[in-house]
Design a protein around this ligand. Structure first.
Ligand SMILES: [Fe+2]
Length: 262
């Protein structure tokens, strides 16, 4: 998708979508991808875009899950690309309970990869992201001041979205999932009330384009149904077969501390 200052390339990652925002003199990678995406991402930048990897100035990460933070750390180690992420991202997997959650989430990602018939690959990654730039609600992305972070709690406490106001482009990560044309909330929604607030806020922003981490289309024209449907599903409560995933998604101390929102 082409805009005046940049092009947005859709990069189909291991189990998620990523977005590569290419400016004349710099590149921004939106979301931290999965561990198996490190080499394909490098290849995409150097071969498909014919750019040196040094042109990538920032990896912008929305939350700590394996398909959103699995590649960024390794990419940084190899190529020195700095990471911008929620200021409190590392609290989620902190301590023993956090380690348990990290293992559980990595296993859940493996399950998802199997469901999507993706090749078996190692998904394990360092649970500590250690962002170079800590993002808060409305923080602008360093070096990419036309993009800002929007705090989007619900799926985790620290989730953020990335918004380009000029063109009304909003990357919502896992907040909205497209499953064959149906707009669903993610699994899990640990904080349903906060998630509904996040969805309503997206509705108020009224973006022009919505970019999803999980969905069949690279770009969506926004419509209110994308907000109303997930809210309706959250109000109905998770179906029984999904509840197992809730059971194994509630280990963290951050979750326990914020249980009043659950
Ligand atoms: Fe997630």
């Amino acid at each position: 998708m082409k805009f005046k200052e940049f092009k947005i390339h859709h990069f189909k990652g291991y189990v998620q979508n990523n977005y590569i925002v290419e400016y004349k003199d710099k590149i921004l990678i939106i979301d931290g991808a999965s561990r198996p995406d490190v080499d394909p991402l490098h290849k995409y930048i150097t071969k498909t875009l014919n750019s040196p990897v040094e042109k990538v100035k920032l990896f912008a990460v929305t939350h700590c899950h394996p398909d959103h933070a699995g590649a960024a750390g390794i990419f940084k180690k190899r190529f020195g690309t700095p990471i911008a992420a929620p200021h409190d991202i590392d609290e989620w997997y902190h301590g023993f309970r956090g380690t348990l959650q990290h293992l559980s989430d990595t296993l859940q990602s493996r399950f998802m990869a199997r469901k999507l018939k993706a090749k078996h690959r190692v998904l394990y990654y360092n649970k500590r992201i250690g962002p170079d730039f800590k993002l808060y609600d409305r923080s602008v992305l360093p070096g990419f001041e036309d993009w800002e972070a929007i705090h989007s709690p619900g799926h985790t406490m620290h989730n953020i979205s990335f918004y380009n106001k000029k063109y009304g482009i909003l990357y919502v990560s896992d907040t909205i999932i497209d499953s064959r044309g149906k707009f669903l909330p993610p699994v899990p929604v640990l904080f349903p009330e906060l998630m509904k607030q996040t969805l309503r806020r997206i509705g108020m922003i009224k973006p022009e384009y919505l970019l999803l981490a999980h969905g069949g289309q690279p770009f969506y024209k926004f419509n209110q149904k994308m907000i109303d449907d997930p809210i309706r599903i959250i109000n109905a409560g998770p179906p029984i077969y999904i509840r197992l995933f809730y059971f194994i998604s509630k280990f963290t101390n951050v979750y326990r501390k914020n249980r009043e929102h659950a």
